[in-house]
Design a protein around this ligand. Structure first.
Ligand code: PHB
Length: 392
């Protein structure tokens, strides 16, 4: 009986063509990003950074050849989910990566769960995303991380009344809630909470209300790419000269577009995880290499999410010795800790979310360019929304 099975197995094995000695197995990484539409700048930053990482670290990891497949979802969740399915089912990718906006990550989470393919969220910042699948890891940030830091700074710097203005979707709601709770706990008062639509935002009527309300500060969250319109309208309405301070998470003073705002942006204080001007040796090297590869661009906070996301993929494969088993990869991912161009970061093994330093920065002009100059830092900041849930 056994002998017969044994002989059959031998015969079957003989039919499998032997791999030529030089053939290398390929591990495919599907990078789904907005390369058209209103969030193109985010996609371009993620792509440039992911490619820079590969250029610097080679394309062979644990004996496997890494192939990056870049697909444009135009920032539309229905596209993201369809592309993710195709990448998993047809291309057999070992990783899904990218996700320029929260709804794009949310739409893809069930695909990661069903296929057990690790999903690296390189940009989207709503707290709940990582809870949507055990195969999700985040290398970007959560809005709460920056919101609590700028709330404390505001309360300690004679800002007593604040109007909040956020884009009306999940990360905006997180940015609003975390700020309001923290600022009011510190004794401040939020007098009005305004929300603007995500699509085609017109900030003008909202800014008029802010002008009339005359708070000490206007706290703003808009996703990267939209902040430019807000800053333009803030200046056009003369709010920059009205004594109302503009504060918020650093999405509004995005390094990618900051130079285009002109001197009206000087003095704006924000809290964020990354500045092109971060003074570490690692970042100086990163900025120089990034600019060399992309002469018309300046790396922004999206870029470090892409760069560190590739680091997670490379290190996970090294840890599994090249195995693409989703559970084995996630086990390694939960142990990762490294120095990013933004500073020291790690993956919280309990939540698979990023832990990082949040910096307070002020826009200043240096060598004829505008930069977010860091002047205080708060290391080891976890997502405050998840931290609060743990205490309940
Ligand atoms: C998001 O949709 O989660 C998002 C996008 C851009 C940002 C921040 C958050 O700048």
């Amino acid at each position: 009986m056994y002998r017969r099975y044994f002989l059959a197995a031998l015969a079957a094995a003989a039919l499998v063509p032997a791999m030529p000695a030089t053939a290398q197995e390929t591990v495919k990484v599907g990078l789904i990003i907005p390369l058209t539409g209103p969030f193109t700048t985010t996609g371009k930053q993620l792509e440039a950074a992911a490619k820079l990482y590969m250029q610097q670290h080679g394309t062979t990891v644990a004996g496997k050849k890494i192939e990056l497949i870049v697909r444009d979802d135009a920032g539309r969740p229905e596209n993201t989910a369809r592309i993710a399915s195709e990448l998993v089912n047809n291309d057999k990718v070992a990783f899904l990566a990218g996700f320029g906006l929260t709804p794009l990550a949310m739409a893809t989470a069930p695909i990661a769960t069903n296929s057990k393919v690790p999903m690296v969220v390189m940009m989207a910042g709503t707290s709940i995303i990582t809870e949507r699948s055990p195969y999700i890891v985040r290398t970007s940030f959560t809005l709460g991380q920056s919101a609590i830091v700028i709330a404390d700074w505001a309360a300690q710097n004679k800002i007593k009344n604040v109007v909040t203005l956020v884009t009306d979707y999940a990360p905006g709601h997180d940015a609003e809630k975390s700020f309001v709770e923290r600022f009011e706990k510190a004794g401040g008062k939020v007098t009005e909470k305004l929300r603007v639509p995500l699509a085609n935002p017109d900030f003008a009527p909202f800014l008029q209300r802010v002008r009339d309300a005359k708070p000490d500060a206007l706290y703003v969250f808009t996703p990267s790419g939209v902040g430019a319109i807000l800053m333009k309208q803030f200046v056009e309405r003369g709010l920059d000269k009205s004594g109302i301070r503009l504060i918020g998470p650093g999405d509004i003073t995005d390094d990618d577009v900051l130079n285009g705002f002109g001197d009206a942006a000087i003095g704006v204080v924000t809290a964020h995880n990354y500045s092109t001007a971060h003074p570490s040796a690692k970042n100086k090297e990163y900025v120089a290499a990034y600019k060399k590869a992309n002469p018309s661009m300046r790396p922004n906070f999206a870029s470090v999410g892409g760069y560190d996301g590739m680091h997670v993929i490379y290190e996970a494969l090294k840890g599994t010795k090249g195995s693409t088993d989703g559970d084995a990869l996630m086990k390694v991912i939960k142990t990762l800790k490294w120095e990013s161009p933004r500073g020291p970061i790690w993956i919280d093994p309990e939540t698979r979310d990023i832990v990082q330093t949040i910096y307070i920065r002020k826009v200043e002009k240096k060598d004829g360019e505008l930069y977010n100059i860091e002047f205080a830092s708060f290391p080891g900041i976890k997502d405050p929304v998840k931290e609060a849930m743990k205490k309940k």
